[in-house]
Design a binder for this molecule. Structure first.
Ligand code: URA
Length: 214
């Protein structure tokens, strides 16, 4: 509809006795703002015991319009201190791995299964994961990535609901919430077992091929 047609239509409404019309301009959803608001809303969460050791709630970081989302396990000591995902030693390795396939942290979004640090970096307990997963679900719904990379067995078992070894997980891709999903090693496992890096590299190359084809 052009401006003249709109003007004519408004004239017509006026002549028909209609004095007021209510316009509800569709507000463009800004995903980044929405994520920021939600982070603020949840950052004092006390839904599980992990809040007792929390210094900072680690919601997630990166590009709200990302086409690729990476999901890890839970914050470590450095993440708890700074309130940002993957900023410790394993985060530095993750950044290097991404850079090796020409991806930057700014381009993607990274989050975790749980948003508060499990004490001593133990695996999150079922009730902790259950309490926290709605936050991740919501992040996925907002970001709507086209690819997901789950790093580590905890993220894979939790989201794909299959109990198998990481080696078995890596053998195929999955459809999680309609999104093509990869599983690879957690960077902290690669720090402990550097000889697995060659396998992680194979996973990354497959991921890069799909990412470039998006
Ligand atoms: N390990 C994770 O799984 N997530 C982080 O944010 C840091 C370390």
């Amino acid at each position: 509809m052009n401006n003249d047609t709109i003007k004519q239509y408004l004239e017509y409404l006026k002549l028909s006795g209609i004095q007021d019309i209510f316009i509800n301009p569709k507000k463009q959803i800004n995903k980044a703002e929405l994520l920021q608001e939600l982070e603020k809303k949840y950052c004092n969460c006390k839904k599980c015991e992990l809040h007792t050791g929390r210094h900072k709630f680690v919601y997630g970081n990166g590009n709200a319009d990302a086409r690729l989302m990476i999901i890890g396990e839970g914050p470590g000591a450095e993440e708890n201190r700074l309130g940002k995902v993957f900023v410790g030693r394993s985060g530095q390795l993750l950044t290097k791995m991404l850079n090796a396939i020409n991806l930057s942290r700014e381009e993607i979004y990274i989050s975790n299964i749980v948003k508060c640090r499990p004490p001593g970096n133990r695996n999150p307990l079922p009730e902790e994961k259950k309490a926290c997963l709605p936050y991740l679900d919501e992040q996925i719904s907002i970001i709507q990535p086209e690819l997901i990379l789950l790093v580590g067995k905890v993220a894979a078992v939790t989201l794909l609901e299959i109990d198998q070894t990481l080696k078995a997980f890596r053998e195929r891709t999955y459809t999680f919430r309609g999104i093509k999903t990869y599983v690879s090693y957690h960077p902290s496992a690669l720090l402990r077992n550097p000889h697995w890096k060659k396998f992680a590299w194979i996973d990354l190359q497959k991921l890069q091929k799909d990412y470039l084809a998006l």
